[in-house]
Design a protein around this ligand. Structure first.
Ligand code: SME
Length: 167
């Protein structure tokens, strides 16, 4: 049994250090990208308070396709450049959106979402997936959350992206 829970009241920098070490432990033993994405999505859901969605979209044939996640059912495909996820994928830049209603083209997969953080996962300089976190609270995410999830994306890229020979 796994029981990964942050200590109550833990500072955000320590929270992300703990999250990275739990993610490392969960994914170290197996190279299967789907299994590792699924466990990381569950871990994000357990660790980070005040979320209504946490998971992955993968770059497949030039668009985004839903990957493992925790939360309500979501849009299966998102075009490159569309919405917050498509913008992160097209630009290769983290999107920290305090109020999704103020983001032109935001895609409301879940009408409860009020703020969003999307971080690209890169391999060989190309975006291959994004990590998407949604919250029912306005301005739930800050620069520390962005830095923490970016560190997670860098650390786990080789384990959560499909192996080249599986493409
Ligand atoms: N809101 C996202 C779509 C994905 S769902 O939130 C899970 C967007 O605008 O890209």
């Amino acid at each position: 049994m796994f029981d990964f829970q942050p200590a109550p009241g833990i500072p955000k920098t320590d929270l992300y250090a703990d999250l990275l070490s739990a993610a490392e432990g969960l994914t170290a033993g197996d190279a299967d990208a789907v299994a590792n994405m699924a466990n990381v999505a569950a871990l994000l859901w357990d660790y980070l308070p005040d979320l209504n969605w946490a998971g992955f979209y993968r770059v497949v044939a030039g668009g985004l396709v839903l990957g493992p996640f925790a939360g309500r059912p979501a849009c299966t495909r998102i075009a490159m450049g569309q919405g917050v996820c498509g913008t992160a994928a097209a630009t290769g830049r983290t999107q920290l959106i305090p109020d999704v209603d103020a983001f032109p083209g935001h895609i409301a997969c879940d009408s409860a979402s009020r703020s969003e953080l999307v971080v690209p996962v890169l391999r060989d300089g190309a975006v291959r997936a994004v990590i998407d976190l949604d919250s029912p609270s306005v301005a739930r995410f800050d620069a520390e959350d962005a830095a923490g999830i970016e560190a997670l994306a860098r650390q786990l890229a080789e384990r959560i992206l499909p192996n080249a020979q599986d493409d």
